[in-house]
Design a protein around this ligand. Sequence first.
Ligand code: SAM
Length: 352
Amino acid sequence: MRRTGEDTGAARATSSRGKSGRREPNRRLDASKPDRTTPPAVAEATTTGRRTTGRRTTGRRTTGQPTAEAFLEIGLTPGLYLVATPIGNLGDVTLRALAVLRGVDRIFSEDTRITAKLLARYGISTPLAVYHDHNAEQIRPVILAALHRGERVALVSDAGTPLVSDPGYKLVRAAIAENLTVTAAPGPSAALTALILSGLPPDTFLFAGFLPPRQTARRRVLEGWGAVEATLVFFESTQRLVEALSDMAETLGDRPAAVARELTKLHEEIRRGRLADLADHYRDAGPPRGEAVIVVGPPERIAPDRAEIDGLLRAALAELGVRDAAAKLAAETGLPRGELYRRALAIRDERG
Ligand code: SAM
């Protein structure tokens, strides 16, 4: 049953139980107000002495600190739960993620074989179905209908945080548009894990996802990120590390970087160095196994004076056209590309 906009008088349909004994969804009914449907899973695990749902709150020590058991016994409000799962080490699943996966009516997963292993490891037998790029259009209405019936549904990806270069965005958009509760059990993500291990500035970063596999498109995308004053984080296949690192060195400048591979796994490796050196390493060593994230430091400001800029532009123009020379220097120095382009044109015209 879906409530309409006229129901706003009863704005929060809090946990009223229907015939089935299941609670009705906490839905956001008035789009002009913030969504106040704090999931009991959160409230109960962090509130002491006061019950926020009809479910029992055993497993709590007298100190008021929630125990592991408390997380596993919480009741769940109907809604869509975006649940992060380990990126390698199965121990990295959170207590709350396990509670949600155990407590929901069904789990949708990108690859049921991978998720089944996680569930088996923790003795969870919640029904599992597939939601991936190839069946999303057919399955999305099924999930939305289940949510409208008041079911609790979890979405997980193969590994890490759903939606981060993984399916789920359109489902979340649709659920929000239909005033359904969407919440998350956050946890591992390869992007953040690589960033914090890279040794590169973490204060401002840009997650750029996967680069295009073809060189022309890849370089075009990289040029777009060149002047961004942030550490850049890319997912990349280990089979394409050399090509990606070389293109980065050429388009972004030879910045400090890190390749974070097999994170949280037995053979975890963080290799740090300049982009060109990293490219050389993998060229010599051959493609490594497993999965990798490339983290690239922000543009290094060299603040060259006019004569230096001209020298750098002349050097670049010996190999590149005016547009590419200006783009390269803009990425390396952070100077405005248009200004460098005009100066490069002048130098080219001087040379005749
Ligand atoms: N949603 C996931 C997350 O939040 O981590 C990422 C999914 S994306 C399809 C898969 C990519 O993430 C891999 O190609 C790799 O770039 C990165 N990745 C995932 N697990 C990793 C690991 N253990 N070590 C290094 N990179 C990893």
